[in-house]
Ligand binder design. Structure first.
Ligand code: PDD
Length: 296
């Protein structure tokens, strides 16, 4: 059995960007009045970096803009337009021009005192944090397939926004870890929504099924790449809710995400999926994603 988790998280790169300044990670501090800290009032993104280039950076920043607009967090134009340059600058400063990394962006509504649930007037200045971490995909697990568990989806009704409120996701991930599984697949009203930090696909008779875009899931950037690759390869896609029981009838189950890549799932709740090995659709998508990332 492949190890379901790597114990070492990526080596921490040391320079971060916080509110207009590049500084050593240890010296980057946020206010105790920050609404991200107090209320989870913010948005984040995780962007993959391959050989010094943010992969699908524009799509991530577009989704970030959508989240900020929806929450009415107004990032000054001067800051927003600098973000692509800040990403490149952090790649250089952290010497991750080669190999792979992830960039983390978190933007909160900013610090406001006294603590009130409603938004501060005048508006607070949003807090902008951007950091970089070296990253190595778990190639072995991607090759051999992973174990997953199903858990109840305890989240709110705006899962389409990539907010920093991840408590249900972290609890689900912890449950998976305690059962030595790679991931947790969330189930709401008997319907598979998504993984705790990835989207879920099932292959049935050659068709790829996944939950439709809705407030119940995050429309993943990797999920969109899967749609494009499936179209190119002539694999039919059906955006339809799957029931939990359907997973066990599927030929393949696949998780997708910025740090998950294309991860075949070979066992769920201890039951084998398909023939218990990664299937041909997962293989094809893995190849396609690697080619697109330029890391094949
Ligand atoms: N998570 N669904 C959820 C709930 C997620 O948190 C993520 C990503 C995805 C996949 O989206 P994308 O393909 O755009 O990465 C789906 C990031 C990586 C995280 O929280 O670390």
């Amino acid at each position: 059995m492949s190890k379901q988790h790597s114990d070492v998280t990526g080596e921490q790169a040391s320079v971060v960007y916080l509110d207009g300044h590049f500084k050593p990670r240890e010296q980057a501090c946020i206010s105790i009045d920050d609404r991200g800290f107090l209320f989870g009032d913010g948005i984040y993104e995780v962007i993959r970096v391959v050989e010094g280039r943010p992969f699908l950076g524009d799509a991530h920043l577009e989704r970030m803009d959508h989240g900020l607009n929806t929450l009415n967090i107004r990032l000054p134009d001067a800051v927003r337009t600098r973000i692509p340059d800040i990403l490149n600058e952090l790649i250089r400063k952290n010497r991750i021009e080669t190999g792979q990394a992830t960039m983390y962006i978190q933007i909160t509504r900013g610090p406001a005192q006294p603590r009130k649930h409603f938004h501060p007037v005048p508006e607070a200045t949003p807090t902008v944090l951007i950091s970089a971490t070296a990253f190595e995909p778990n190639i072995k697990l991607q090759k051999n397939g992973a174990h997953a568990i199903t858990v109840p989806d305890l989240r709110w009704m705006r899962c389409d926004l990539k907010t920093i409120n991840l408590l249900p996701n972290t609890l689900a991930a912890q449950q998976a870890r305690e059962q030595d599984a790679f991931g947790a697949i969330m189930v709401r009203d008997d319907v598979i929504t998504e993984g705790s930090n990835n989207n879920v696909f099932a292959v049935m008779d050659g068709t790829l099924f996944t939950h439709p875009d809705s407030p119940l899931i995050l429309s993943g950037i990797t999920r969109n790449v899967v749609f494009e690759m499936a179209e190119t390869s002539g694999i039919p896609i059906k955006k339809e809710p799957l029931r939990e029981a359907d997973l066990f009838l599927a030929d393949e189950v696949i998780l997708t995400g910025t740090t998950t890549d294309i991860q075949p799932v070979i066992r769920i709740n201890g039951r084998e999926i398909g023939d218990g090995r990664p299937g041909p659709v997962a293989r094809l998508l893995q190849k396609g994603l690697r080619r697109r990332m330029g890391s094949s």
